[in-house]
Design a protein. Structure first.
Length: 161
């Protein structure tokens, strides 16, 4: 069993004032795309809603260097999951959370469970691709911060070289 909560991102630690330079883990930095490179388009087999999500998210990931032609499948899975989630939510909005059987029992619609599963998958994909604010994958964009002399005193000056 894997236990514990996932680690906070560097940005969240900076914002909350809990970032410690001596414990700061250097994350893998990815290179931004070369000048003139184009963002990969959505796979043709994605539906309309999934393609809309692709067009919303893909340029952001491409600019950060997280989307290449080699890893479009993961983003396609995220977009498809998002489209399915919207579909299930539409049914729930139209028909309600429950239904009554022929024998008079009140039951939860299957779309409720399916929606929850798709939302979980979307969250996992979003975290993996760095779409969420607290995502810890692929490193974080470092916000501009002023040099604090107290940090240098407590943790030492960064070593160059």
């Amino acid at each position: 069993m894997a236990g514990g909560r996932p680690p906070k991102s560097r940005i969240l630690k900076l914002l909350s004032g809990t970032l410690r330079k001596d414990r700061d883990v250097k994350r893998v930095r990815v290179k931004p795309p070369a000048a003139g490179a184009k963002c990969p388009g959505p796979p043709s087999r994605l539906g309309r809603v999934a393609k809309e999500e692709w067009r919303r998210v893909a340029p952001f990931l491409f600019r950060r260097g997280l989307l290449t032609k080699q890893n479009v499948t993961g983003l396609a899975a995220y977009c498809q999951s998002c489209a399915r989630w919207w579909e299930y939510e539409k049914v729930i909005d139209e028909q309600g959370v429950t239904f009554t059987t022929e024998k008079g029992y009140v039951c939860q619609r299957p779309e409720v469970t399916l929606s929850q599963k798709e939302r979980t998958l979307m969250s996992q994909f979003a975290t993996k691709y760095g779409i969420t604010p607290d995502s810890t994958s692929f490193g974080d964009a470092e916000p501009e911060t002023k040099v604090d002399p107290t940090e240098d005193f407590l943790f030492g000056k960064p070593k160059v070289g």
